[in-house]
Design a protein around this ligand. Sequence first.
Ligand code: FAD
Length: 341
Amino acid sequence: SEDVIKTDAVIIGAGPVGLFAVFELGLVDVKAHVIDILDRPGGQCAELYPEKPIYDVPALAIVTGQELTDRLMEQIKPFGAEFHFSERVETLEKTDEGYRLVTDAGTTFECKVVVIAAGGGSFTPKRPPLPGIEQYEGTSVFYSVRKMDAFRDKDVLIVGGGDSALDWTLNLQPVAKSLTLVHRRQEFRAAPASVQKMLELVDSGNISFKLGQVTELHGDNAQLTGVTVKRPDGSTFEQPTEVMLPFFGLTMKLGPVANWGLNLEENLVPVDTEKFETSEKGIFAIGDINAYPGKLKLILSGFHEAALMAQQAHKYVHPDKKLIFQYTTSSSNLQKKLGVK
Ligand code: FAD
């Protein structure tokens, strides 16, 4: 946390709109860092409907949520934005030169402009209804994996049957001292290939799988020593463990955006429709998080908002330079930035 990352722009949210903002800012020479509490890009598209087709993204007659995300990542590659996943922006405050942001991991950013592309709010893990779980959170109970090394040589218990539970079972198995997966049913919602790999690891004795539900936590001083698991037949057993990772899905909550002193209207951030700037100069809001007369919560609206936001952001980052309107088709200057010239 001692190191401060200095950059032109910080984009809060790596949903489709935050991603496209990297592109529009890049064209006007504004460098960006992107932060998202999720462990990968795509926002709602990747988290809520990766396999559902979208039919109203211009020029793509049909594209799934994941495909759109992948294509945006490809399109913004030339601009080399840095991503900070599994981190939530907690504080945003004014400095003499711009803004300072700090995440829940302690990462500190100083920048000239802030782009809030926070969508429906930050994705927040669902907490399992276990008495006293709060006391273990962050020490023995984790809802995401920031650094795999934190679990090296530990007895790890993963709970859940979706993609996150299965992915982390496969990824942490080589690192952990022991790994146990607990799920309440024999059926999994995760990708069949991951389930297959997990079952192979069970067969080879590298992990264990237990059918049941965690009903109680045991330990003291924020250190877990084990959990009680209830089998489908109602009987129980105790499973020793040092660490538990429950993956019970995510919900969207506005989160810290509410504490940044911005005007809010029904949990949305009002902006003007010329620059998509908030009540604070240099703080913009684009995509699902903003509000203005006639707003439609569509991906294509967010893309347009990103383009106009970038025009104004350029003024704050390069106050001495005049922005000349150019087309990507004909400007060799823009094509150089895109790496196609
Ligand atoms: P989001 O996609 O919501 O991304 C915001 C990101 O910001 C999230 O990942 C969140 O974790 C992160 N974040 C928020 N606060 C913080 C913080 N403090 N720190 C770190 N990260 C933070 N739109 C269409 O145009 N066409 C469709 O067909 C369509 N179908 C849809 C179907 C479904 C089922 C759903 C749920 C939505 C659909 N939408 C559709 C809407 C579309 O998904 C949204 O308009 C779009 O995702 C908004 O993009 P965004 O980048 O503004 O926000």
